[in-house]
Design a binder for this molecule. Structure first.
Ligand code: 4AD
Ligand code: MG
Length: 430
């Protein structure tokens, strides 16, 4: 019976065959322990000299790391391993012998590992992080599907910019100038007027010169947009969504979280509602914490966000930022012209901003005024204005950065380990 490591618990006591690679190995005298991986999981194969042919025992003892094989044996319980099962090997058929695999079980430097990302992905830690990423994506689709959202795919090649023009990737579009999308938001607003509640999940691009542990050049965003939903209602959707995802990862990624030695007690507490603090109060809080340099009207940097997050055990919404440091489309607070109806959601434990969101301007005259202030004239933006011309309604939306969320839930330090092939300031390879 051919099966996979993930399916092994169904076959206790039975003999199965698995297509696998050798991740690691140790042997002594009459026994060899093969650490096997097959993509679905990791499992130990025990090769006892007297249970296999002489050839197969020789193979097992001398097998090199990342050699591929079909391996056959009996599945037995193994209480000592977190996986809970191992294989008592009966037969080995090598498919391909790997010679001099560069990533050995010893420590390697980050640049070396990043240069070998195509191979590094096979390691137990990287495998665990990608499985958590996959679970976040799965739970995202589940959450929005079961709440009546329609998945809408905004274009990646665009003629307009959502988040300001300084960080755009320019490209030729035949005779026109085009950009790679920074955010699907403007298109999702159009879609929300057609479908009510929509969400997108796709790659976004920012030519940011930031070399921090939270910035990628190419990253993936989940962007919901809702008609007839105001700022406060949007915050409730955000906290429900994030709680749902965290609890899904806790329920479905126990092995992965254990491999990563993630402290799950902190994640178990992530349940709606989340605390909210206004930008004004956040400034006061920072001053009390000794940040004497920050003034009202300035944006927060990573140290500020981390200091604010430290006062809370759950993610915290920082709401109502000054209008001058936020995007042109955000609706002013009806009680105060100088701040907008927006919020950033800051993850705990120093993982930074995972969501940016806002209520959008729905008044045509005000949007036209913002266009002038931001020099957003030209044909590329006319369609967006028309959304305010024909049955404009209050609407809100937000964008969750997938990689920062993966970093937080996995407990990994740097976003470069949260996407299969990271695009960084100094890296386009592999
Ligand atoms: O706050 P941002 O810029 O918001 C928007 O783009 C809105 N148009 C979204 C919307 O309302 N539909 O980006 C949203 C999130 C951030 O909170 C952060 O998690 C992530 O995207 N993000 C990045 N992640 C990795 N690398 C970068 N360079 C990122 N820039 C933003
Ligand atoms: Mg933001």
């Amino acid at each position: 019976m051919k099966t996979t490591i993930a399916q092994v618990p169904k076959y206790e006591g039975q003999t199965v065959t698995i297509g696998a690679w050798l991740a690691n190995k140790r042997s002594s005298g009459k026994i060899a322990f093969l650490q096997l991986r097959d993509g679905t999981g990791f499992m130990q194969g025990v090769v006892v000299k007297n249970d296999v042919s002489e050839d197969d025992f020789g193979l097992a003892k001398n097998m090199t790391q990342e050699t591929s094989m079909y391996i056959t044996g009996t599945i037995v319980e193994d209480k000592r391993s977190p996986f809970g099962y191992e294989m008592q090997v009966k037969q080995i058929e090598v498919i391909h012998e790997a010679v001099d695999y560069p990533i050995t079980p010893k420590e390697h430097g980050t640049e070396f590992l990043m240069d070998h990302r195509h191979l590094w992905l096979r390691s137990k830690r990287q495998h665990a992080v990608m499985k958590i990423r996959n679970e976040i994506i799965r739970a995202t689709y589940q959450f929005f599907n079961q709440n009546g959202y329609v998945k809408i795919d905004p274009p990646i090649l665009t003629g307009s910019s959502a988040e300001g023009t300084t960080e755009l990737f320019h490209t030729k579009y035949f005779d026109e100038e085009a950009y790679l999308s920074q955010s699907g938001q403007l298109y999702l607003e159009a879609a929300a007027m057609a479908f009510g509640k929509v969400f997108s999940f796709g790659p976004t691009f920012r030519a940011e010169k930031s070399k921090t542990r939270r910035h990628l050049i190419e990253f993936w965003m989940i962007e919901p947009e809702m008609a007839f939903v105001d700022h406060d209602e949007s915050l409730e959707i955000q906290e429900q969504y994030v709680s749902f995802v965290v609890q899904a990862v806790l329920a479905n990624c126990q092995l992965e979280l254990a491999v990563l030695e993630r402290d799950t007690t902190k994640l178990k507490a992530i349940k709606a509602p989340f605390p909210r603090i206004s930008y004004d109060d956040a400034i006061e809080l920072l001053k009390k914490k000794g940040f004497t340099d920050i003034e009202w009207g300035e944006d927060f940097g990573a140290p500020h966000e981390t200091a604010i997050a430290e006062s809370f055990t759950k993610p915290v919404f920082i709401t109502n930022y000054p209008k001058d440091i936020k995007a042109f489309y955000m609706k002013p607070d009806p009680n105060r012209e100088d701040v907008v109806l927006c919020a950033d959601l800051i993850a705990p434990e120093g993982y930074g901003e995972i969501i940016g969101g806002s209520q959008r301007i729905d008044d045509l005259a005000l949007m036209e005024q913002r266009y002038k202030e931001h020099n957003l004239t030209g044909e590329a933006y006319q369609w967006y204005l028309e959304l305010r011309k024909y049955g404009s309604v209050p609407h809100s939306g937000f964008g969750l950065g997938l990689e920062r969320t993966v970093a937080w839930l996995s407990g990994v330090e740097h976003v470069r380990e949260t996407i299969p092939f990271p695009r960084l300031l100094n890296r386009l390879y592999p």
